[in-house]
Design a protein around this ligand. Structure first.
Ligand code: HEC
Length: 260
């Protein structure tokens, strides 16, 4: 308890410091960086990756099929708005899948790749491509199947759980409780108001990396001083479904996004 209080004091102090120094609005700064890159390189990294993803999408797998043979939730080959409706339950696998895991399913079950042949960077590039068809679309996930409701409940539990030496959880940093005390921190409220769900997949100019929501959540587990759950694992999917549901109705400004 004592430890936690001191830790919180530390966080509030640092946040206060950042605000006092008039730290630039992260959204404005991202826009500026984007413009800068566009002027120097002539093309955005996001556009390059989407192009790579498109090539991979249209590449034939060992079965001779391209990814156009796969159903991302709205029917075979339909990409328009599909990513904005994930995660969802799929009858063919009997599982709730997000964009990343559905891409894996497609590559293994339809295209005939072995799991060890699939590179993470390829999955992310394909995710960028598929997500690009959801720009301007509202997030619309549902809790229709019992599997979806169970996973949502797990996600909610994980989001509010506290653990580790610091005794903190996702909610410690990400609900508006912090916002009230430390001023406006648009990136910290991930449950709807800041529409955080709509920021990922994204290109991060601070470290020149491409991340999906799975990578974002894993990095935040690092903040918890907690072992990171594996990619495609249940805790990640559960948190994704929980946060996506909280963001229902938010319109995707641009996928893939361009963030710090
Ligand atoms: C110690 C504080 C802290 C904890 C604990 C934490 N995060 Fe984060 N999280 C951050 C910060 C800071 C950022 C923003 C990083 C940036 O803007 O570069 C962030 C970003 C995010 C984002 C992206 C938000 C956006 O608008 O782009 C999501 C989603 C997220 N975290 C989810 C989680 C989940 C899920 C957990 C629990 C497993 C968690 N976080 C735990 C500090 C934390």
């Amino acid at each position: 308890m004592l430890l936690r209080s001191w830790w919180m004091v530390g966080v509030l102090f640092l946040l206060g410091l950042a605000l006092a120094q008039g730290e630039v609005d992260p959204r404005e700064e991202a826009k500026r960086q984007k413009q800068l890159l566009l002027e120097t390189a002539g093309i955005l990294p996001t556009e390059l990756i989407v192009e790579q993803g498109k090539e991979l999408f249209n590449r034939k797998g060992p079965s001779g099929k391209t990814m156009a043979e796969c159903d991302f939730g709205l029917g075979k080959g339909v990409l328009e708005g599909a990513a904005a409706r994930l995660p969802r339950y799929f009858l063919d696998t009997g599982k709730v899948e997000d964009l990343d895991s559905r891409i894996l399913t497609c590559m293994t079950q339809v295209q005939g790749f072995r799991p060890d042949q699939i590179k993470r960077q390829e999955v992310v590039a394909i995710a960028f491509y598929i997500a690009s068809f959801s720009t301007g679309k509202p997030i619309q996930v549902r809790l229709l199947f019992p599997q979806e409701r169970e996973l949502y409940a797990l996600g909610e539990k994980l989001f509010y759980a506290r653990s580790g030496a610091k005794d903190i959880g996702c909610a410690t940093c990400h609900v508006s409780y912090m916002e009230r005390r430390a001023g406006v921190l648009p990136f910290t409220d991930v449950l709807g108001k800041a529409k955080a769900w709509t920021h990922w997949p994204a290109y991060r100019y601070s470290n020149d990396q491409i991340w999906t929501m799975q990578d974002r959540i894993r990095a935040c587990y690092g903040n918890l001083g907690h072992p990171q759950p594996a990619l495609y694992s249940l805790p990640i999917l559960a948190l994704e479904l929980f946060m996506a549901y909280q963001n229902n109705g938010a319109v995707v400004e641009e996928w893939p996004a361009f963030v710090r």
